[in-house]
Design a protein around this ligand. Structure first.
Ligand code: GUN
Ligand code: FE
Length: 429
């Protein structure tokens, strides 16, 4: 049964809920039903006033978590990959983001962005907005209307930015406080604020320290970028010569907490990984972006071995696709490419990357007590996925083969329903 928050209390007592090997969240499959027509999940998950019918070839997966995505950059998705990070930001990204001073423009784009993400199966997204507090609230309103779960950040930028896309320190802090307050006034249990210094080039130490204080005093999530591109790392070295490395800049500011997620981390050093592991700070792996902006190959196995929690991010528009399925495939490709230059290297397999896309993301966002799998007591964020292909399947597929098919061959078309907190949100798209 489901309580008022959509928490399932009986999920794992059902014989068709299959607990898979340690690294894999549970998935619900029609496997136990073979030989029967279908089964209603309506009563067990409370997901529907009209019961959910799980047929052979269908499964319920935990919803995808996009641990790093820039909502205002969607109009640029697929464009501008002739440049690498710092030139790309100046040429394509900052001019587009500056346009969100116009709230009508923001409202129109953000409504479409949230629909696109939900239809791709992202039940929990960690969004960057822009520096504009009013427009950032428009994103929050779209998220609440559509019924998505999200962390939303008004971006902070006070140095080294274009004149028309910059804030003073005072403005940046005050606008962030008022953004957090107004987001909380929306009183949606699905939406939370995330403190969002863009990166160490766009913010000075004074601002970063003030933002870290704010996050600490109000127990807020934090997100930023780290060690994505070699030119960026060089620039940070020049700006913060008293710090031994990039992670130390954020650590001195007080930004590395157990509720902090850092995007990319492609070129992190061993010392930096040790600090992240100690602080409980996570990394959002963004493989499509790392390729399109030619930032580098991120060795996720190395991060995991160092004890760092990793989730997956689309990083639109650094990455071209809002689909975590695409990020899953890119993460698998990247890991194999890493293995080509390392002896005895074990690339990530599809089960491990599926974990990154669900539980890994939930942990990276410090939301794993609420979502990420179907453990009893968690809220029901799920995808109803159908992979029926009777003409091409020589044998009946077992549970893991069904999952494998979906991850390698599936698309949005295979996602028949999307649930957030037990509520179908498919009508939003
Ligand atoms: N570093 C700072 N800002 C950005 C951004 O918007 N996208 C990416 N990929 N990296 C960044
Ligand atoms: Fe990014």
């Amino acid at each position: 049964m489901r309580d008022a928050l959509g928490r399932s209390s009986v999920a794992n007592r059902h014989n068709f809920l299959i607990s898979l090997p340690d690294t894999l969240p549970q998935i619900v499959l029609a496997e136990a039903l073979r030989g029967r027509d279908a089964v209603s999940l309506g009563s067990s998950f409370g997901v529907a006033s009209s019961p959910v019918v799980l047929r052979p070839g269908q499964m319920l997966l935990p919803g995808f978590v996009d641990a790093h995505v820039h909502a205002p950059q969607f109009p640029n998705a697929g464009l501008g990959y002739d440049k690498t990070l710092l030139d790309w930001l100046q040429t394509y990204t900052f001019p587009l983001e500056a346009r969100y001073v116009d709230q009508d423009f923001a409202a129109r784009v953000y409504e479409a962005v949230v629909r696109r993400c939900l239809s791709a199966g992202t039940t929990l997204a960690c969004y960057f907005a822009t520096i504009h507090p009013e427009s950032s609230l428009q994103l929050a309103r779209s998220v609440v209307r559509a019924g998505q779960r999200a962390l939303i950040g008004k971006v902070n930028m006070n140095v080294n930015n274009p004149a028309d896309y910059n804030e003073t320190t005072e403005q940046s802090v005050n606008d962030t406080i008022s953004f957090v307050d107004r987001l909380q006034q929306l009183q949606s249990p699905l939406v939370q604020a995330v403190v969002t210094p863009r990166f160490a080039i766009s913010c000075d130490m004074d601002l970063m320290k003030k933002l870290a204080d704010l996050a600490r005093s109000r127990n807020l999530h934090i997100q930023t970028h780290i060690s994505e591109n070699m030119g960026e790392i060089e620039a940070v070295r020049g700006l913060y010569q008293q710090c031994a490395n990039y992670a130390e800049v954020y650590d001195r500011a007080g930004l590395l907490t157990s509720k902090t997620v850092l995007a990319h981390g492609v070129h992190l050093l061993e010392d930096e990984l040790r600090v992240l592991a100690e602080r409980g700070t996570s990394v959002a792996h963004c493989p499509t972006s790392n390729t399109c902006l030619r930032s580098g190959l991120c060795d996720v196995r190395r991060l995991l071995d160092a004890g760092v929690t990793v989730g997956l991010g689309t990083d639109v528009s650094g990455g071209p696709s809002p689909s975590i399925l695409d990020a899953i495939r890119a993460a698998l490709d990247t890991s194999i490419h890493v293995s080509f230059s390392k002896k005895n290297y074990k690339p990530l397999n599809y089960q491990e990357v599926f974990y990154l896309a669900t539980m890994g993301g939930a942990k990276a966002l410090a939301m794993d007590n609420i979502v990420g799998n179907f453990a009893v007591g968690k809220e029901f964020d799920a995808l109803l996925v159908s992979v029926p292909d009777p003409d091409l399947h020589i044998e009946t597929l077992d549970s893991l083969q069904q999952l494998q098919k979906f991850l390698y061959c599936g698309s949005e078309r295979n996602i028949k329903e999307v649930y957030v907190q037990g509520r179908s949100v498919k009508k939003a798209f």
